[in-house]
Ligand binder design. Structure first.
Ligand SMILES: [Zn+2]
Length: 91
């Protein structure tokens, strides 16, 4: 899979968040964000892609927690992609 640039991530999420990113690209975005603090911060600022932050309490979602969830989500999507059909990861 081709790594995304920060510019591309910003373009894809387009001020709205991961909801607008196609599923196959989403894992690429998350993968990039897992290694890129800038994009991780960008995604965090765009808002949660689930409702967890809504119940997290005051002000700030700690970046470490967001990273954890990002990585968990990534692993989950990988598992999902690998389970049903045999999809070539990269060739
Ligand atoms: Zn980046």
């Amino acid at each position: 899979m081709q790594p995304l640039t920060c510019e591309r991530v910003a373009e894809l999420t387009d001020g709205v968040g991961l909801e607008v990113v196609p599923a196959d690209l989403r894992s690429a975005v998350l993968e990039h964000a897992s290694t890129c603090p800038t994009c991780r911060a960008l995604l965090a600022r765009l808002g949660p892609d689930d409702d967890e932050t809504g119940t997290a309490g005051p002000a700030l979602d700690p970046p470490a927690r967001f990273a954890d969830r990002t990585l968990a989500r990534l692993a989950e999507e990988r598992r999902a992609a690998g389970s049903g059909e045999a999809r070539p990861e990269s060739s």
